[in-house]
Design a protein around this ligand. Sequence first.
Ligand code: URA
Length: 250
Amino acid sequence: MKPDRERMLREMGLGPVWKLRVPPAAVPVGQAATAQPAAAPPLAEAVPAIVPVPDSAFVAPSGAMGWEELAATVAACRQCRLCAARKQAVLGVGDRNADWLFVGEGPGAEEDARGEPFVGQAGKLLDNMLAAIGLKRGADVYIANAVKCRPPENRTPAPEEIAACSPYLVRQIELIRPKLIVALGRPAAQTLLQTDVRIGAARGRLHDYRGVPLVVSYHPAYLLRSPQDKARAWEDLCLMRRTMQERKGT
Ligand code: URA
């Protein structure tokens, strides 16, 4: 393995695929990629295509809606059943003028409690992945989710829940105007690309979201369970970094 690649994988908390460096119980939270939680539900491989909600069911945020109004609208949203069990809606976190936008699936229990995306185990891995390409949460990076409210039992959000919530993500993207969007996992990719994508087929190349390059990659929670795909995740990080460098002319 090239030293650069090895260093990056270490930053991501991803050791060599063939070697478990420490027993799972002893893995520090920030390096949990080699640990495989026994009962973690599979992420989203069976997510059906997105079903748009009827126009009458939703008043989309207008092009004039700024961050404060958007945050208040999301906080009070009752457009789908996910509002019933949430502690709070989780809008997103980070630099509202970021060049980088990462989009996950939906808040889990810790995110629901704290009101910030990716603060649990998968979030620690995401932070390590960001560090691997010289990025830091909040510094030129914004992190959001396809749905803003926690799906009960951490299930995959249903197509109608994603459809009800996606106007908020659309408005966030309009406000942030990122140079690159990264869709982490299948629900995020489907939401943004509006097609029934599979990660294996969609990753490794550039997509287009309304003129903004979009890279599809594995969800960090999936990588925690499936370290055999860590090398592909590394390739995706390289594609992201290269794409951003090209966009910035650096
Ligand atoms: N998984 C996600 O997709 N988003 C979060 O915010 C946390 C875990």
